[in-house]
Design a protein around this ligand. Sequence first.
Ligand code: KIV
Length: 306
Amino acid sequence: MRPTGRSVLIPRVARTRGAPDNPDLPQPDPAVYTTHAAEPPRKPWTVPMLAEAKHAGRKLVMLTAYDATFARCMDDAGVDLVLVGDSLGMVVQGQASTLPVTVDDIAYHTACVARGLSQALLVSDLPFQADATLERALEASTRCLQAGAAMVKLEGAGHKLDVIRFLVEREIPVCAHLGLTPQSVLRLGGYKVQGRDERAAARLHEDALAVAAAGASLLVLECVPSKVAADITATCGIPTIGIGAGPRCDGQVLVLHDLLGINTGHRRPKFVKDFLADGGSVADAFRAFADAVREGRFPDAAHSYD
Ligand code: KIV
């Protein structure tokens, strides 16, 4: 982890090899680098602070990242949570789905992202079948936490409730993920909105209460009608993070490439918004997303499902 309140060194011409703000390396020549004023330190996020944010009505801002540099930029922009998602299979590796992603992949990218963060809470996805048994889930989660994550995310309820309980009892914070769970794409027959009819909505609601009761500290709701997500958010007791789940979740997440409007070769879902389109820098796009979430301007109806 980087120290807080650090100075940021910017090369006057081009960045040279090595990390210029690493105190273990020879210090940079001031003729080569300019120095921004030190940023005031912010309090790093911890797991208990997530529940406090929900109770205070403070919206949570989450983005996915896969490398240290984007992670650092998000951290500097005030993003609260950074997710090393198994979306990396589709947006980094060029795979057709998240299913080929391995624990090695997630552990590698988690270690990279962790080096870029000083304040944001780092969450790592358990990839396909890494949570199929209690033992596998414990092993994969331990690797994620040892690589720098503070929490692991896993998809589904059902037999995953035992996994959540098992991990939480072993001091591993868990983020659940319900609604459209991309690791279920073969069973679902595609990426579709979930919980649309009354029965499916009731089932989703039961699952949300169950993952919270099992000990999850956070719940991602993906591709769920706004009203269903709002009802779950009001009753489940843990913070919800929406992605295509309407404005009344406790926070929002987007995949990095979607927020930057990058064509990844996959279809763009309705809930995606390009925050770089209005101009400015990548850092401005992260700040624009964070502001829009905190002020309740994103997602609007055009980026949500009824
Ligand atoms: O893998 C991922 O990036 C995710 C987010 C879309 C929530 O699960």
